[in-house]
Design a protein around this ligand. Sequence first.
Ligand SMILES: [Cu+2]
Length: 160
Amino acid sequence: MVLGFREKVVSVLRKSAYVLAILSLVFLLSACSAQNEQEHSQHGAATAAATTTPTLVIQDLSIPLQVELDPTDARILKENQLRILVPSEHLDKLKQAKVSVALTMPSMDHGAVSFEAVAAKDGEFVAAIVPTMVGGWLATITFEVDGQSATATYAFEAVP
Ligand SMILES: [Cu+2]
């Protein structure tokens, strides 16, 4: 009798352990697939970011700008060439624009340094920018035309 009772208890325990094992397996599986999906989408986002061309949009006018920095990592306390290229189909609107570049460090609070960009040739404006500190900078490019202004931003690193 006693033995039999024990056996029953053991078998019930085993059953519930089995159910628990299945439940946790199902839970693990769903947790796993959710994580995989997340990893996949994160991976997808990273790939998309890496292959995105440095094209900027002037918000109000919706004109894609191409921005090039020479050297790619700017040198501090030296002039670095920031080239802003306007697509030819939008050039009529922007030929007479006054273009300026304001440099800020998003992680700091020491204000902006402004530089004027000059029209180098058709569709190309160049500013000689001088970052003063090592780190991450943001160039805010402003186009002023007919009393309207529009901005686009370009992030870059400054190195010694
Ligand atoms: Cu700084």
